[in-house]
Write a protein that binds this ligand. Structure first.
Ligand code: ADP
Ligand code: ASP
Ligand code: MG
Length: 411
């Protein structure tokens, strides 16, 4: 008998019919004798709808109150799923994050889980009940409701699996696994049987929203066996593992990630003295803005240009801070660009292969795509390009690194 945590995402519980289908699925697992904890998201679109309501009151809603509201989406689906299970003769009980006591810090809208009380869950499991837990939410030490950031139900699932030492955490969604890249953008993307935690973490951090970043961090840290599966189609899904198989056929690149979430800022004609980077980026981090990629040019005429990227949500703020800095240090001008995208190739195979980056640059050059910024690490190469070329770039790289699925008959 196994203990399994199953998380169902928004589209999988997007209608009453789907919730009934999920209940059927959970019932089958119960009939196999497994203990089941289910984590559910809000019905698809609900979290966005709730945020939209808040924005009608204020462009920047008070985070504590926003969390009180957006957490209601999951409270609806846990109750509906528990009802659907009970209707089928499966004993079940639903709990909010507060009721389980998923203790988090007090960073509203992006709280971190600190501790989970597994006692109540264990008592219910022992009594033969399926426990249905609201994803995405917790409670801080003062009893305030918190939420874990968009896509946070994945993290609830993994954290519960870690706390209960579950045999597996299964993330059920609307694709049948993790693909070489987003299958909605590249129809030739291939499902991966396995991917390492390290690669999955890079993919998630670089924009693949199939799993929330923190859920992968958590699974890696606590060694939780994690699998991504389709909610309503049979199949093995994708296993996220620790072992990096030393197979001859190991591909150099496992996947391609991309995002449109960043904006670029350039400060030009900066007097080039020691401490320039600090003078420019100090005030940016002082304003609590995270910087991602950075490029500083070689100086000529004793001045230099300095470019960096931030999240698009922080763009206006960063622009204001940078314009202030430019005045203070006597820089010539500040330029901003929000029409950019970041494309990254990811793979542990890169460690043992030279020339991966140049192969990437060649593929982009062949399509006439200009690279604006580059950053590399041991297992990834990222480039910033003009946003309008994003899909073309991802497809070209997918082909260049031989990731395309073989054409099916008749295609
Ligand atoms: P859920 O609501 O179940 O949490 P999400 O929308 O958060 O589902 O995540 C699933 C989506 O992630 C897929 O529909 C797919 O478009 C997208 N996605 C992005 N990158 C990938 C990838 N590499 N593999 C699979 N899906 C991906
Ligand atoms: N409902 C939340 C969201 O839309 C959490 C989740 O779906 O994982 O972000
Ligand atoms: Mg998700």
């Amino acid at each position: 008998m196994a203990l399994i945590v199953q998380k169902f995402g928004g589209t999988s519980v997007g209608s009453i019919e789907r919730i009934e289908q999920v209940a059927e699925k959970v019932k089958k697992f119960r009939e196999n004798g497994d203990d089941i904890v289910v984590v559910v998201s809000a019905m698809s679109g609900e979290t966005n709808r709730l945020i939209g309501l808040a924005k009608q009151i204020s462009e920047q809603p008070v985070p504590r109150e926003l969390d009180v509201m957006v957490s209601t989406g999951e409270q609806v689906t846990i109750a509906l799923l528990a009802m659907a299970l009970i209707k089928r003769g499966v004993p079940a009980v639903s709990y909010t994050g507060n009721q389980v006591r998923i203790l988090t810090d007090s960073s509203f809208t992006k709280a971190r889980i600190l501790q989970i009380d597994d006692q109540k869950l264990r008592t219910d499991l022992k009594a033969g009940r399926v426990v249905v837990v609201a994803g995405f939410q917790g409670v801080d030490e003062h009893g305030n409701i918190t939420t874990l950031g968009r896509g946070g139900s994945d993290t609830t699932g993994v954290a519960l699996a870690a706390a209960l030492k579950a045999d597996e955490c299964q993330i059920y969604t609307d694709v049948d696994g993790v693909y070489t890249t987003d299958p909605r953008v590249v129809p030739k993307a291939r499902r991966l049987d396995k991917i390492t935690f390290e690669e999955m973490l890079e993919m998630a951090s670089l924009g693949s929203k199939v799993l929330q970043i923190r859920s992968v961090e958590f699974a890696g840290k606590y060694n939780v066996p994690l699998r991504v599966l389709h909610s309503f189609q049979e199949g093995p899904g994708t296993l996220i593992t620790i072992d990096e198989e030393e197979s001859m056929e190991q591909p150099i690149i496992s996947g391609i990630a991309f995002n449109r979430d960043e904006a670029k800022l350039t400060i030009r004609g900066v007097p080039d003295n020691p401490g320039v980077a600090f003078k420019i980026l100090g005030p940016i981090s002082g304003a609590n803005i995270e910087v991602d990629m950075i490029v500083q040019n070689i100086a000529h005429d004793n001045t230099t240009d300095f470019t960096f990227t931030v999240h698009r949500n922080d763009y206006l703020n960063a622009m204001r801070v940078l314009e202030n800095t430019a005045r203070e240090i006597g820089a010539r001008e500040v330029i901003g660009d929000t029409d950019i995208a970041k494309v990254s190739i990811v793979g542990v195979g890169m460690r043992s292969h030279a020339g991966v980056a140049s192969r990437m640059f060649e593929a982009l050059a062949k399509e006439g795509i200009n690279i604006q910024m580059i950053s590399t690490s041991e297992i990834k190469v990222s480039v910033v390009i003009e946003e309008k070329y994003l899909e073309l770039a991802v497809r070209a790289l997918h082909t260049a690194f031989e990731l395309d699925a073989p054409a099916r008959q008749g295609e």
